[in-house]
Design a binder for this molecule. Structure first.
Ligand code: AMP
Length: 281
């Protein structure tokens, strides 16, 4: 496995692959790898000749008071895990390589980035779409792999790819959870043992909501209220949002039906966790 930092170097390698008609699968990450990331690698390996993973903590998707500088980083451990799971190349550019002095260009997807995490984290998705666009231009993948864990991110990226006629397929992979149900996240390391225990309320309340809907509940307001009251029972939990939207366009719904996304963001201390379920009703 190679680790490449320079854009010109990885472009030269990709050019060689393309010459031999190799298909390229791409897994963008911010590192501090866990099973969620590795599940994307496995999906890519099953569908492509070459799998490239990027590890880049992207400053433009963090707000000024967010955790960019303290985001967990461990390149040594990441490269070991990536190599063991069969990644061919890690692309790990520096911030200066991606955003040199005088950088001015941003990509923005409108409307669907103004709800859920986009509302709580203004500018976040503009940073995500900009860096993903740059990475797609550098790597020219045939397929790129994203986790359902970041449900709104996948919807936004798919919209960008369609709107800008980009020449690749976006593959969505299911949420990987710890045995007790907590969705895996690099940010879980921030949690104290008490917060880690309290955070189980997220997957549990989503599961409860899903069961209610499967039993025939049609009122969005009622299901949301139940999730909120369950989470509020946890003293350490501070709700950012709990919402149910149309999963296709992230528009509001009143009655539950069709493709729905129940998404939530909740803070435990200074750690903000997200989780979601998507259902066809
Ligand atoms: P991140 O490093 O957090 O930016 O995540 C990189 C990619 O891994 C994104 O497409 C995430 O949606 C995906 N991912 C993160 N956590 C999980 C998880 N628990 N299950 C599946 N995919 C995940």
């Amino acid at each position: 496995m190679r680790i490449i930092e320079k854009i010109s170097d990885i472009k030269a390698v990709i050019k060689e692959y393309k010459k031999f008609c190799k298909t390229v699968g791409f897994v963008p990450t911010m590192g501090y790898l866990h099973e969620g990331h590795l599940s994307l690698v496995r999906a890519s390996k099953s569908q492509n000749d070459i799998t490239i993973m990027s590890i880049f903590v992207n400053p433009t998707q963090f707000g000024p008071s967010e955790d960019f500088s303290k985001y967990p980083r461990d390149m040594e451990r990441d490269s070991r895990l990536a190599e063991e799971s069969g990644v061919d190349i890690i692309f790990a550019p520096t911030v200066e390589e991606m955003y040199p002095d005088g950088y001015k260009t941003y990509v923005n997807v409108e409307t669907i980035t103004e709800v859920l995490c986009g509302k709580s984290r203004p500018g976040h998705f503009k940073g995500v779409t900009t860096v993903v666009n740059k990475l797609f231009n550098i790597i020219e993948p045939d397929r790129a792999y994203f986790g359902q864990k970041d449900a709104q991110q996948v919807i936004v990226i798919k919209k960008m790819v369609r709107d800008l006629n980009m020449n690749l397929e976006i593959v969505t992979c299911p949420i990987v959870r710890e045995q007790d149900g907590l969705a895996m996240s690099s940010r879980n390391v921030y949690l104290s043992p008490e917060e880690r225990k309290a955070a189980l309320i997220l997957s549990q309340s989503l599961q409860e909501a899903q069961n209610l809907i499967l039993k025939g509940e049609k009122s969005r307001a009622k299901v949301i209220e139940i999730i909120k009251s369950r989470i509020s029972c946890e003293k350490l939990a501070k709700i950012d949002y709990v919402q149910m939207l149309d999963a296709k366009d992230l528009k509001d719904i009143e009655l539950i039906g069709g493709s729905i996304l129940i998404a939530l963001a909740v803070k435990f201390g200074s750690t903000r966790l997200i989780d979601n379920v998507m259902m066809e009703v």
